[in-house]
Ligand binder design. Sequence first.
Ligand code: ADP
Length: 145
Amino acid sequence: MRTAIFPGSFNPFTIGHKSIVERGLKIFDRIVIAIGHNGNKPIGDDLVKRIETIRKIFESNYAVEVATYPGLTAEYARSVGACAILRGVRNITDFEYERNLADVNKNILGIDTVFLLSLPQYACISSSMVRELESFGHDVSDLLP
Ligand code: ADP
C-alpha cells in the first residue's frame, strides 16, 4: 500500500487540487489530503467546513482521506505511513517555493516529494484568485469541484 499525503490550505479546494488528487491516485494507492493547522489554537468552524466539503467530494472514493494536522508536514506524513508528499506545480513561482520546501523535507526530515505539473487548463487557478473573485460577487462554481 503506497500512501502519499497531499498537504495544503485548500481555502478553498479547487478543480486544480482535485485534478492533482485524481492523477496522484494513479501513482499512489491512498492519498491523505491534509490541512495544517496551528496546534495552539482550537480548530475553527471554517476549517471544519472545509474538511467536510472536501470529504464530500471524495465520499465515494475510499482511497482518499481528509485530515488536519498540527506541526510539521513531514512528521504527519510519517505518522500516517506515507512514503511521499504530493504537491502540484503550476508555474516557475510554485517551482521555486516548492523546491525549497522539498529540499527541507528530504534533506532534514527524510521524506521525498512527488510533483505533478498542473494540467494547462488549471495552471492559472489558485485558491486566492477564487476567494478574490468571490469577494466581488463573481460566480466561482465552475472553479470548485
Ligand atoms: P499551500 O497553502 O500549501 O500553498 P494550496 O492549498 O494553495 O497550499 O495548494 C496545495 C497544493 O496544490 C500546492 O502544491 C499547490 O501548488 C497545488 N495547487 C494549487 N492550485 C493548483 C492548480 N490549479 N493546479 C495544480 N496544483 C495546484
